[in-house]
Ligand binder design. Structure first.
Ligand code: SF4
Length: 112
């Protein structure tokens, strides 16, 4: 049980952002499974330095967008966010709507 306590102590708000679900902590078994399965690049995300920002509210996203623009793993994060329509919040500097638009644009390019 001590391991579980330690693992939860390391979960910060921004970690939940990477789970793609603001309510992820209500489903702790799958949250832990996702935490250990997530890609290595997530450890290098600059958002870890800014847990005070709201990474889910993509309507007021100027500050999070600036952080993403300086992030070394922005490309990986953007592709990850675009690839999964179920994710919410800011991913690679793109809001939910911008990722939706990007998926639609890519489908259009493939169909052309
Ligand atoms: S691009 Fe933005 S959301 Fe993605 S890891 Fe970097 S700071 Fe975090």
């Amino acid at each position: 049980m001590a391991v579980t306590t330690t693992a939860f102590a390391t979960i910060r708000p921004v970690d939940c952002h990477f789970f793609g679900n603001p309510g992820a902590l209500s489903d702790l078994p799958s949250t832990l499974a996702e935490m250990y399965a997530r890609p290595d690049w997530m450890r290098d995300g600059l958002c870890h330095e800014y847990p005070q920002l709201d990474w889910f509210n993509t309507r007021q996203n100027k500050l999070t967008r600036v952080v993403c623009s300086q992030c070394l793993v922005q490309g990986e994060c953007r592709e990850y966010g675009v690839a999964d329509p179920g994710l919410v919040g800011m991913w690679g500097g793109l809001s939910d709507q911008h990722r939706h638009d990007e998926r639609r644009a890519r489908r259009g390019r493939r169909a052309a």
